[in-house]
Design a binder for this molecule. Structure first.
Ligand code: HXC
Length: 519
């Protein structure tokens, strides 16, 4: 073969590889409203930055006549490129080749890209669209999954790992995304479950649709498996690009600093009025967040799951910050099993990747009741406490209103190594609210008073006495548990100053193999 022909052969082979499982299957993918693996990568990465690897790898299976059906690259496209100029490693399963089902060689490709990402200290983004283990291969496909799982585990806390689910992700295949830091699902076409509706029907008799069993709606509201729900693949990819902007390349680096044009001294007058006089009235914590962060821009994580706590990323003076905030507008901002798990996981991500934490507190306590106790609120609440207490990144806490009981201790209190703990003048820091406290302390005395007017006056007097003592931040401040009481409208500036002061913070936990967080 002449050299010119050799070059032409290369071009032909590349063109063949780019066709994946063939035009018919590409058309079928498009007809479902889905993009192909390469189209997705093109959308995800900066234009022209993608460098593909292992385009010529083929499967090695000789079972069921599969040796006669081979596709260049097999069912996954891998490589590297950039997002806003920063290096990322990617793999995208190609549904047009055996339904993106995982073969031994596909696993080799995915492992290769993960190993490169680890070596280079760059995030890895996986796009999942697969029928699971390649049935014809059997155990080599299963071994391939396990190889990937082990890499997910070892990479955890070293490089950010992000999973997009743009199609099926079923059976054991769900566990690779589950081991990564963030999962994003598209509203249509994507689903995740350990066993599909047919198996569920056979084993338990339950009839359930694919969507209800494992769709994006369910996973982003009920199970919490999905951190983000996207309207479309484009929307999902835009969200991943934005997420990447808030996080560092690896655990030894800091997140990129963005130029800040929002004045750091900006006063947000509305905040002086936002807390209602009636302590039982809610307000929207998101108004507080939007009021203090750069440009009012907050990138929420787990927006539709356990809405009694809010978590997400924003910037203060251009520096990426993780925000955790109780939401009084949903279940009064109470801590329960789901909100504790949600916030704990977010805190641990931020701590692993050097992202400072701002905690905004308005919490009436832990949700009481058998439902929560049976579900293990003791263990789940301990997760949140553990995550805060273990975190060594800069931690700034602002108590806006209620901070009661165990929930006070948990929410980044001074004793859990909060660096700067501020309070608004409207803060109430106590073992419990006045009504509960008077009931416990004065119940017997109250029951002895027969005259209703006298009884009401007695309760009102005791409540006033209790509120004088505890419905303010000054008792806590007099012990040094609150470093300063700040004017609400000046919160942005005080938070920025606090984080500036904490930039040189160094704190190291005792040496150990690893901690034993109450899982
Ligand atoms: C081999 C597969 C495959 C698989 C799909 N295909 N799944 N080939 N192994 N697991 C092939 C189909 O034969 C078909 O080939 C093409 O991919 C597209 O599949 P369709 O069924 O035509 O597509 P669709 O109707 O969209 O259905 C998609 C699907 C369905 C829901 C994913 O294919 C399906 O149920 N597949 C099996 C899912 C499954 O049970 N997997 C094993 C899970 S257990 P042609 O040639 O016609 O294009 C598991 C264990 C992992 O994964 C363990 C890790 C610990």
């Amino acid at each position: 073969m002449e050299n010119r022909e050799k070059v032409k052969q290369l071009m032909d082979l590349r063109a063949q590889a780019r066709l994946g499982g063939g035009q018919k299957r590409i058309d079928s993918q498009h007809s479902k409203g889905k993009y192909t693996a390469r189209e997705r990568i093109e959308m995800l990465l900066d234009e022209g930055s993608f460098e593909e690897l292992d385009m010529f790898l083929t499967h090695r299976c000789v079972n069921f006549g599969l040796e006669k059906e081979k596709y260049l690259g097999d069912g996954v496209v891998i490589g590297h490129g950039t997002i806003e100029g920063r290096s990322v490693y990617v793999f995208a399963q190609d549904f047009t080749i055996f339904g993106g089902s995982l073969s031994e060689t596909m696993a080799l490709k995915i492992c290769k890209v993960m190993d490169l990402a680890m070596k280079m200290g760059a995030p890895v983004i996986g796009i999942n669209d697969s029928g699971g283990a390649r049935i014809q291969e059997g155990v080599t496909a299963l071994a391939g999954y396990a190889e990937i799982f082990e890499r997910n585990i070892l990479a955890s806390g070293v490089i950010p790992q992000i999973s997009a689910i743009f199609g099926p992700c079923a059976g054991g295949a769900v566990y690779s995304p589950a081991l990564t830091d963030f999962i994003l699902m598209t509203e249509e076409n994507s689903y995740m479950f350990v066993t599909g509706p047919k198996v569920v029907k056979t084993v338990t008799g339950e009839s359930i649709s694919t969507e209800d069993l494992g769709g994006a709606g369910m996973h982003s509201t009920k199970s919490g498996v999905a951190h983000f729900r996207a309207e479309s693949e484009q929307d999902g990819i835009a969200k991943i690009r934005e997420l990447i902007s808030y996080i560092p390349q690896n655990n030894l680096e800091e997140a990129p600093v963005v130029e800040c044009t929002d004045p750091i001294h900006r006063l947000e007058d509305e905040l002086n009025e936002i807390i209602p006089d009636n302590p039982n009235m809610p307000y929207d914590m998101k108004r507080v967040i939007n009021g203090i962060v750069d440009d009012g821009h907050f990138f929420e994580v787990h927006a539709d799951y356990a809405k009694n706590i809010i978590v997400g990323f924003a910037r203060f003076n251009g520096i990426s910050t993780g925000i955790i905030a109780n939401q009084p507008a949903f279940m009064a901002g109470v801590l329960d099993c789901d909100s504790s798990r949600k916030a704990a996981r977010f805190i641990r991500f931020c701590d692993a990747f050097n992202i400072p934490l701002l905690t905004l507190v308005d919490v009436p306590g832990f949700l009481p009741g058998s439902g929560q106790e049976y579900a293990g609120i003791i263990t789940h609440g301990a997760k949140l406490m553990f995550a805060y207490g273990e975190a060594t990144v800069p931690k700034v806490t602002v108590t806006l209103r209620k901070s009661y009981g165990g929930a006070h201790c948990v929410m980044s209190s001074k004793q859990l190594r909060g660096d700067f703990n501020y309070a608004w003048p409207t803060a109430e820091i106590a073992v419990m609210g006045a009504a509960g406290a008077i009931e416990v302390l004065e119940g017997r005395a109250i029951s002895k008073i027969e005259n209703p007017e006298e009884k009401a006056k007695f309760i009102a007097d005791k409540t006033a006495e209790y509120n004088d003592k505890f419905a303010n931040p000054y008792t806590a401040a007099s012990y040094g548990y609150i470093d300063d009481v700040i004017e609400p409208r000046n919160t942005r500036f005080r938070v920025i100053r606090a984080f500036q002061a904490l930039q040189t913070k160094k704190q190291v936990n005792p040496l150990k193999k690893h901690s034993n967080i109450p899982l």
